[in-house]
Ligand binder design. Sequence first.
Ligand code: HEC
Length: 109
Amino acid sequence: MLRPTVRLASALGLALILSACGSEDEPDVSYAADVQPILAAHCTSCHGAELQNSAPSHLHTYEDASAKANAILNRAVDGTPSPMPPSGLALSADEIETLEAWVAQGTPE
Ligand code: HEC
């Protein structure tokens, strides 16, 4: 059993380490600057203002994309339940990191 002071010290240390990691691994991202260009490059040819190729939903506005944020990650990063784009996962490691950071930060506009 750790003494309370030791426990407090390790809790503070852990919090510091976690916050340091967070700021290093996750640069601030926004929909307008970072996410919209990724969706425009890979997704909105089907999921745009005019839905194409039987795509069921729009992903070309902030409202649409943020409402679907988790589904976008599942599809485009994990390929679950099926990959997006349908021809096969196409995002680069950088693009994946950006999408993950955007969702982790609460989908900032
Ligand atoms: C070639 C056209 C095409 C492209 C490009 C495309 N999709 Fe899709 N998408 C579809 C079709 C068709 C469906 C419906 C079939 C299905 O669910 O697999 C779909 C379904 C989805 C769904 C599930 C339905 C929903 O609204 O929740 C999501 C999420 C999605 N796509 C995200 C994306 C993302 C993110 C990209 C870009 C990385 C992308 N799609 C690129 C055609 C496309």
